[in-house]
Design a protein. Structure first.
Length: 514
């Protein structure tokens, strides 16, 4: 009953701020005794995790990721779609369907926990656990807001009453880095976390030190790598690369996580649920009906689904490969994965064998567990958790950090760890004309394809004009400083961010195109 009451009370708190960001909640902390026991705090943390789940299901949150995934062709019927690499600015502006409200709901939810945990009558170990998890989620929400909208409203610990202007994205990231650092200090390793009953968790949705380090590494890498288009860039990017490298090393040397034995295991377990390679994930598998309209939302819960085909969906024949929205040619797959590289046959379904039947197009095969909506009676998506980071990702991020720091030997070692697992040829100095950083970028493209990383990898490395399509090829650095790499802010007249906040401003790039 206490858990139910806690959810009802906290739900009431957040119902008041559903419109906000607009103007932020005026009264988010009125229930001083809402959280007192470990059960209460775990229910509240579960509410924050639930909010993160909502952000990856509703409002087509993968607009950014879709712009960056590598494809050879886009179907003619969808080639003008602004969600894709063609980047039709007018249509993006007119969408007005992508709100940041849920992200700020999560931040406010985390703030409720952080404002009450120190006074709760429980052990310091329990306090640190809940504090660390709330800090992690708060930093995670800010990271995703910045990736999508750039400059945004910064809510720290105190409630903001009245209109509030946006804060430059690099200041928001700097604040998120502080949160993630504190989370790393507070949290135990994942394998040491237990619930209030003393039971170990059987899923990776509750963040531990490894998840906090992964987030810290990505935050530092974003701040460092994106300095070239930050409007306020008075910071030392080398120090940030060092911190990112150390965070990756903390994960790798913890021995809490281990690589799956081969690429086939990555597909059948690593990207499904609770793999030893998985560092943090959001629960989808087995929770299909937990949220309203989840069956429909599941279609957008994983960016890989936009290219998934046979044999995941039995109703689609092999010959219809060329009718997919996104298409990769078998020749590209063969170029990516050389002789002996097991990722070719694991990530793509019989590419050489079926090439003639599919007119030379390859079937993506990385996500394999189908989910059929029993109520609607049709295939609706993948029955797999959202895996945010896995150990292979961290090895390759550390390789990038090491290149930036001049440690090419260490970078090559990390690169070869992933190639060795795949059975691929080890690194040779002649690759890509000796450009090791670009080689690491391409390795991430091959290993992490359609897991949602590439758009942000492109931005972080400054490859926007060369690795993306359409109008991206002609963007200037000033365009990027003006917000071209981010989405426009929603301006729905009923719930838009401008409705109750006269200090809200559209970013300059999109304002010029409206």
């Amino acid at each position: 009953m206490r858990t139910v009451i806690t959810f009802l009370l906290l739900g009431w708190i957040f119902a008041a701020c559903e419109d906000e960001l607009n103007v932020l909640p005026e009264n988010s902390l009125t229930l001083a005794n809402a959280l007192t026991t470990p059960q209460d705090f775990e229910s509240a943390i579960g509410g924050v995790e639930q909010t993160l789940k909502k952000t990856i299901i509703y409002n087509d949150p993968f607009l950014q990721e879709k712009k960056g995934e590598y494809v050879d062709e886009i179907s003619t019927w969808i080639s003008t779609d602004p969600l894709l690499n063609n980047y039709n600015s007018v249509e993006i502006v007119d969408l007005n369907t992508n709100s940041w409200t849920l992200y700020y709901d999560g931040i406010q939810f985390a703030n409720v926990i952080l404002n009450q945990v120190d006074d709760a009558p429980m052990s310091s170990e329990r306090k640190n656990l809940y504090k660390g998890q709330a800090l992690f989620f708060k930093a995670m929400f800010y990271y995703r807001i910045v990736q999508r909208w750039g400059d945004c409203v910064l809510v720290k610990d105190d409630v903001i009453v009245g209109p509030v202007a946006k804060t430059p994205w690099n200041e928001v990231i700097a604040y998120a880095i502080e949160l993630a650092r504190e989370a790393v200090k507070c949290l135990p390793e994942y394998d040491k976390i237990t619930n209030w009953k003393g039971e170990a968790y059987t899923h990776k949705a509750m963040p531990g030190k490894g998840a906090a380090n992964a987030l810290l590494a990505y935050l530092c890498a974003w701040q460092a790598g994106c300095k070239y288009f930050a409007n306020e860039s008075d910071y030392d990017e080398q120090v940030l690369w060092e911190e990112a490298e150390q965070a990756c090393t903390g994960i790798i040397e913890s021995r809490v996580y281990e690589l799956e034995a081969n690429p086939e295991m990555v597909c059948t377990r690593g990207l499904v649920e609770n793999s030893p390679e998985s560092i943090f994930e959001t629960l989808n598998r087995g929770f299909e009906y937990e949220l309203d309209d989840f069956g429909w939302g599941q279609l957008t819960s994983n960016v890989g689904q936009m290219i998934i085909g046979y044999p995941l969906n039995p109703s689609v024949g092999v010959s219809s490969a060329k009718d997919k929205s996104y298409m990769i040619r078998v020749s590209t797959v063969n170029n990516w994965y050389g002789q002996g590289d097991k990722r070719k046959e694991s990530f793509f379904y019989k590419p050489d064998e079926l090439a003639e039947q599919t007119d030379g197009y390859a079937w993506f095969y990385k996500y394999r567990e189908p989910w059929f909506d029993k109520m609607a009676g049709f295939f609706s998506g993948v029955d797999q958790n959202k895996v945010w980071w896995r150990l292979a990702d961290i090895y390759l991020l550390r390789a990038e950090c090491r290149v930036r720091l001049g440690d090419n030997v260490g970078a090559i070692e990390d690169l070869n760890v992933i190639r060795d697992r795949a059975g691929a040829k080890r690194y040779e100095a002649s690759e890509n004309n000796g450009d090791l950083r670009y080689t690491v970028f391409l390795e991430r493209q091959k290993e992490l394809c359609f897991e949602g990383h590439r758009y942000f990898d492109v931005i972080r490395n400054g490859y926007v004009n060369t690795e993306l399509m359409g109008d991206f090829k002609t963007l200037s650095v000033q365009d990027m400083k003006d917000g071209a790499l981010f989405m426009c802010i929603e301006n729905n007249q009923n719930t838009g961010a401008f409705t109750n906040n006269p200090l809200m401003r559209q970013n300059i790039y999109w304002f010029r195109r409206m």
